[in-house]
Design a protein around this ligand. Structure first.
Ligand code: RUB
Length: 271
């Protein structure tokens, strides 16, 4: 492939990551690596890391290109997912209603696997404004034959609360962009979900590849205001944080390729 073509493919991947056509930590890391291989340089790395600043797994992957081949890194993703799928089966044994948010490949693949293994459950999910990643989740799960009920984000209390007329949510499964010492970072809305679930005594688990762990301080990405209100009147302030921090105190545990652990046990196991 000539240089011009490589450059244009690199730019296209960057565009797709920025616009969230490619989204979710795992697919961002995979696509980022593919782009880096087209133009391996310091400036490519800098550019890729600037696209979605809340993605430590992308950084980890790019930092490992001198030690591991692309195939070995891709193998890790697949092997981790296979183990995660097995481990998720252990926690959703008799759970009937599973709640999830946004679109996480680690979560959706585990649910699709559970369906294949003939687990009987249905999923409640959020639409995930402003970019509606919940639709992607709903489509994928429905295609796999899983019953899905989608809620507007502001109805997540209804979806989680026992007192409401919906069926009781039995378990919450959330993905993660970053796993840190104090808790995790995931799509905006995750903290309030985990907090309500905690209050309602609904077990909440993070489902994630352990490569998302980082010791660094992770910045929270703020996205374009046009995603919320295109051509908004000038004197209205809008904020569009893409992610938020979820304190480990709200989490029942974390499911990674290393097993099902409490969050503190997980931290010990990756040290
Ligand atoms: C996606 C999101 C996902 C995590 C984990 O946010 O918050 O829960 O990235 O995803 P966005 P995965 O749509 O803004 O990228 O399990 O696919 O790694």
């Amino acid at each position: 492939m000539d240089n011009k073509k490589r450059k244009s493919q690199f730019n296209q991947i960057c565009k797709d990551i920025k616009s969230i056509k490619i989204q979710g930590a795992r697919d961002i890391a995979k696509a980022g690596l593919k782009a880096y291989n087209l133009q391996p340089s310091k400036s490519s790395k800098k550019k890729l890391l600037s696209l979605r600043p809340t993605e430590p797994m992308l950084e980890k992957v790019l930092n490992q290109t001198n030690k591991l081949s692309t195939q070995e890194i891709f193998n890790h993703f697949q092997e981790a997912q296979d183990k995660i799928n097995q481990n998720v089966l252990k926690i959703i044994k008799n759970k009937k209603v599973i709640f999830t948010h946004c679109h996480s490949t680690n979560v959706t693949q585990a649910l699709i696997n559970a369906k294949k293994k003939r687990k009987n459950f249905e999923v409640y999910n959020t639409e995930t404004r402003p970019l509606y990643q919940g639709r992607k989740t709903a489509r994928e799960l429905r295609k796999a034959g899983i019953k899905v009920t989608m809620f507007v984000d502001s109805a997540l209390g209804v979806a989680l609360s026992k007192e409401q007329r919906t069926k009781k949510t039995d378990i919450v499964l959330l993905g993660a962009d970053a796993l840190t010492k104090k808790g995790v970072i995931n799509k905006i809305g995750s903290e309030v979900i985990a907090r309500i679930a905690h209050q309602e005594k609904i077990p909440t688990y993070i489902v994630a590849d352990s490569w998302k762990y980082s010791k660094k301080k992770i910045p929270i990405e703020n996205r374009s205001l046009n995603e919320i209100w295109d051509k908004a009147p000038k004197n209205i302030k809008i904020r569009n944080p893409a992610f938020e921090f979820v304190d480990k105190k709200y989490l029942t545990g974390i499911v990674t390729e290393l097993g099902v652990r409490s969050y503190s046990e997980f931290l010990k196991s990756i040290k």
